[in-house]
Design a protein around this ligand. Structure first.
Ligand code: ADP
Length: 983
């Protein structure tokens, strides 16, 4: 290869071969002259063997062979040529060789030696890789790396993150004073001093300072710096600047918490080798407050002075846990400066360094109050439970999903078979069901949020037959959300049994009372008839007896009978009310007329006692629709009592009317007296039957004690209310109040009633069914006058026959008939498909009868004797009609017919009845009177004399009641009629 004659070459060769790097010699024309040992090994390594071929190689070709790219070859060629031209002494270049297989990086060092160029090649692949790695690390770090040349005060290097972090372009950093300019003015002086110290002490160090970014933001920087020393002289500072703004902020925050938390103690300790002997390094103001020590007193003292012995024993355990990086937390007992012990919640955080706990932060909260509250709560809870457990009723708390949360002893006793109850669904534990009960007050109360109640059947196989269940919803105070239901369960078996017994007894008593009342009411006739006879005949006898003594006896009989009659009348009234046998008879009347009538009747009595009786009147001129007779009875009772119990002063009757709606009003009547008054105690029972005020001699005032009881019942029957205020010795005030009364102003009513009387019906067929011939005839006549065609039948059978033949528009049906009564007839009619409106009429005018007729399907109800005006009014609601103006011939004719009889009839009447009438009116003989009435009735029917029939009926009624006075008066009228008709 090389010529051996060249000595210098030999020396060079041996040096060349001993080089640890790859080296080769090139000729001027770039032929490889020689490759050293290392180079040959390398070539063998990459699969080329130059030595074996003994060929001289053109170096650049060689490079191509081992995979350098064209660009690099060109560059090398240029550089080598420059070497030859002497323009360069040596050069250094890095090339990348791609072959064989692996990519490698080499550095080439070329230098000129005589005619040869020596190329030294070094494999720097690894170096380059690590260099790139460091670069990447530096550039991806969160901090900025820099090197400041101290001689020129220039940045040799500054990592590119500086742009992101500070916002200034990198070039800026070498502007004069750029860095110093942007240091926070407050920190500038300190930083300058510290820098000076660092340079002179040549020690590694850190500086923290604030720096202004290009965005105008102030950030905190921490510079960690290292001096670069060359030849014993500091030449540069190498530093890393990190943004510690967040860290500073967090620290500040912690510091604030540390200082500001007055009720939390923060203690920082530092561990020593002896674990218990960790020393206090920081003591927060909160700790000062809680423990009573000043910070200075405890700094560097062992932390065990704050802990009880029991806690100190746990220190090793705590330390172990902290060493594992865990937080330790528990309740502990701490000791104040004054020796007082207190419970606290204690948390310890470790600060570790390389697995060693260097410092700890202990946070403690004094829970003395909390503990006390908890104890109080516990006490209250125990008390509550004791109360719940002592209650005999069952108590159970149920969750919204119907699972049982709590039960008391009673519940557990009752449902002992299903223990434990808690956790089970209530329907399962208490009712052995698999799904909620269909009737459940607890579910209801969860929905409604209200207390719900239910009585349920009791426990199977026990003597508890009934349970009463109250479900109280438990609500969240703020949100109102229902968090459960408290169930109170009470055994009401006994109560139920008592109630049932009581109910039965009440029913029995009611039934007995009703039977009694019915009996009494029905006895009316039987009791009054003989009594009337006693009174009547006593009076007759009085005229016949001469002896004074006998006269006196008779007077006594009459007085006694009178008071007996009034007592019986009261009892009968009461019984009728109780047996509901009284019917309301409403008609329009002017209340002032009624008051005037009262005045007429009662003034005389008042005058007798020398007291004044004032009647006020109603201002409005109107008529109310009301039961006049019952109101009369009430007023007579109250005003009568007032007169009876007043000896001086006055009695005032004060009516008041309040119109509430267009046709409705309220009526109030006050009866005020200045009499003896009624004690408060007695006021409460005054309306109870048979009660009279104590100490009052019945002799003095008389009476039965039934009057006010009847008055109250009647008032209530009329839908009203009676109340009383009274002062003993000063007087009494009874107040009657009635609501919702129909009314009309007087003029209107006049019109209406005239109109009602004077109407003419459109032609229609009416069927009258009554077993009494007279009744049929009477009604038939009335209906004829109203322009209606009438068919009659004496029983139901007959009625059905007529219905088959005729087209009937309305039926008037008597309820009591032989063969087929009213109810049966109606039933048969309905069966046969007739839909004709039917009005029932009967003499038994009780409410019960009326109700019975209504439910049987009658369209109307009338009481006998039937008044013409009532009949017209009733028919008008079923038939078509037109109004006939007042004063038509027909009506005046009719009027005359009602009062007059023909002379012919009068003569006949005089012949047959005048003598008898006179004799009976002198002395009423029962048998004779009865016969007389029967004859009169026959005559009236035969001659079709309505007015005579009326007299006969009136006499019969009076005879029924044994009312001799009425018989006499009626007969007198009758005689008058005959005599006046004869003239
Ligand atoms: P009597 O038939 O006994 O009057 P009442 O039921 O009418 O029966 O009255 C019962 C009792 O109430 C009377 O006996 C009397 O003691 C008392 N009383 C009723 N009205 C008055 C009144 N206006 N002043 C004082 N006491 C009265």
């Amino acid at each position: 290869m090389f010529s051996n004659s060249d000595k210098c070459s030999d020396n060079l060769l041996s040096f060349f071969n001993s080089l640890p790097q790859i080296a080769m010699l090139l000729t001027k024309d770039m032929q490889v002259k020689h490759i050293n040992k290392k180079g040959q090994e390398w070539l063998t390594d990459i699969g080329l063997n130059l030595v074996d071929t003994e060929e001289e190689h053109y170096y650049l070709n060689l490079l191509q062979d081992i995979g350098s790219n064209a660009e690099q070859i060109k560059l090398l060629e240029k550089k080598i040529k420059n070497l030859y031209k002497n323009s360069e002494e040596e050069f250094e270049e890095e090339i990348i060789l791609e072959k064989p297989e692996k990519k490698s990086c080499y550095s080439i060092n070329a230098s000129k030696y005589k005619e040869f160029i020596i190329i030294l090649k070094e494999d720097i692949t690894e170096f380059k890789k690590s260099r790139e790695r460091y670069q990447r690390i530096i550039e991806s770090a969160d901090a900025v790396l820099w090197e400041l040349n101290l001689k020129e005060e220039e940045f040799e290097y500054i990592s590119p993150q500086a742009e992101d972090l500070f916002g200034y372009p990198l070039e800026k950093w070498n502007e004069v004073d750029f860095w110093q300019r942007n240091i926070h003015p407050e920190d500038k002086k300190r930083v300058e001093e510290e820098r000076h110290n660092i340079i002179h002490s040549e020690k590694d160090s850190t500086i923290e300072y604030r720096f202004l970014t290009n965005d105008g933001e102030v950030i905190w920087l921490r510079d960690s710096v290292k001096m670069k020393i060359e030849a014993g002289e500091p030449v540069a500072i190498i530093g890393v600047s990190a943004d510690i703004t967040d860290e500073k902020r967090e620290k500040k925050k912690l510091e604030t918490i540390f200082k500001a938390s007055k009720n939390v103690s923060f203690v920082i300790t530092e561990a020593t080798k002896e674990r218990e002997e960790a020393l206090i390094k920081e003591f927060s103001p909160g700790a000062e407050k809680i423990f009573g020590y000043k910070r200075e007193e405890v700094l560097n003292k062992p932390v065990s002075i704050l802990h009880s012995r029991k806690d100190v024993e746990k220190f090793a355990e705590i330390h172990n846990q902290l060493a594992e990086g865990q937080i330790w937390e528990d309740k502990v007992e701490l000791i104040r400066k004054d020796g007082q012990r207190f419970p606290a919640l204690f948390t310890v955080y470790p600060f570790t360094n390389e697995g060693e706990v260097e410092r700890t932060l202990g946070v403690s909260i004094d829970i003395t109050e909390l503990e006390e509250t908890r104890k109080e709560l516990e006490k209250t809870k125990n008390q509550l439970i004791a109360i719940l457990e002592s209650i005999q009723d069952g108590i159970s708390v149920v969750n919204p999903d119907l699972s049982i949360r709590y039960t008391n002893n009673t519940m557990e006793d009752w449902y002992a078979e299903n223990l434990p109850l808690e956790g089970q669904k209530c329907y399962q534990a208490y009712h052995n069901r698999h799904e909620p009960c269909p009737v459940c007050p607890t579910l209801r109360s969860m929905e409604s949020g209200e207390v719900e109640k239910e009585v349920v059947t009791g426990l199977e196989g026990s003597d508890i037959a009934y349970l009463e269940l109250f479900s109280y919803p438990m609500k969240e105070k703020d949100t109102g959300e229902i968090t459960g239901v408290v169930e109170f369960v009470r055994d009401i078996t006994e109560r139920k049994e008592r109630e049932e017994k009581l109910k039965k007894a009440m029913e029995e008593a009611k039934a007995a009372n009703k039977a009694k009342s019915e009996f009494l009411a029905n006895m009316s006739h039987e009791i009054r008839t003989p009594l009337n006879a006693v009174i009547g005949f006593s009076e007759i006898l009085k005229d016949e007896l001469d002896k004074n003594e006998h006269q006196e006896y008779l007077s006594t009989i009459i007085t006694a009978s009178d008071s007996l009659l009034s007592l019986i009348n009261d009892i009968l009234d009461m019984s009728k009310i109780e047996a509901k046998m009284l019917e309301l008879k409403e008609e329009y009347f002017n209340p002032n007329d009624l008051l005037a009538e009262m005045k007429d009747i009662l003034t005389y009595k008042a005058e007798e006692k020398g007291i004044d009786l004032f009647f006020q009147t109603v201002q409005e001129d109107l008529k109310i629709k009301f039961d006049q007779n019952k109101l009369k009875q009430i007023l007579i009772n109250l005003i009568g009592n007032a007169i009876k119990f007043t000896n001086k002063g006055y009695i005032k009757v004060e009516p008041k009317i309040n119109i509430t709606k267009e046709n409705k009003l309220e009526l109030e009547i006050i009866i005020e007296d200045t009499g003896i008054g009624i004690t408060e105690e007695y006021q409460n029972q005054i309306f109870t039957p048979f009660t009279q005020q104590d100490g009052e001699s019945t002799r003095e005032y008389g009476g039965t004690g039934l009057g006010l009881a009847i008055t109250k019942k009647l008032t209530e029957l009329l839908g009203g209310n009676i109340s009383l205020t009274s002062q003993p010795g000063q007087g009494s005030k009874f107040k009657l109040e009635f609501k919702d009364i129909d009314f009309i102003f007087s003029e209107d009513k006049g019109k209406l009633s005239n109109e009602m009387i004077n109407i003419k019906f459109a032609p229609a067929n009416i069927l009258i069914v009554d077993d009494m011939k007279y009744n049929r005839k009477y009604i038939k006549d009335q209906l004829h006058k109203l322009g209606l065609k009438v068919f009659t039948g004496e029983d139901g059978q007959k009625a059905l026959e007529i219905l088959k033949e005729e087209n009937i528009a309305l039926i008037l049906l008597d309820l009591k008939m032989p063969v087929m009564d009213g109810y049966e007839t109606l039933k048969e009619m309905k069966k046969a498909g007739y839909q004709i409106p039917t009005i029932a009429f009967t003499a038994a005018a009780t409410i019960e009868e009326k109700e019975k007729a209504k439910s049987a399907g009658f369209n109307g109800f009338m009481t006998k004797p039937i008044k013409k005006s009532n009949l017209t009014e009733k028919l008008a609601s079923f038939l078509e009609y037109e109004k006939v103006t007042k004063g038509t011939d027909e009506s005046s004719e009719e009027k005359a017919a009602e009062v007059d009889i023909s002379e012919k009839a009068a003569k006949e009447l005089a012949d047959k009845f005048l003598a008898d009438s006179k004799s009976i009116s002198q002395v009423v003989v029962l048998d004779e009177t009865e016969k007389f009435i029967a004859r009169l009735k026959n005559f009236a029917e035969e001659k079709d004399l309505e007015i005579i029939m009326d007299y006969a009926n009136k006499l019969e009624e009076a005879l029924d009641k044994m009312d001799l006075v009425e018989i006499k008066e009626t007969l007198a009228d009758f005689i008058d009629l005959i005599e006046s008709s004869l003239k």
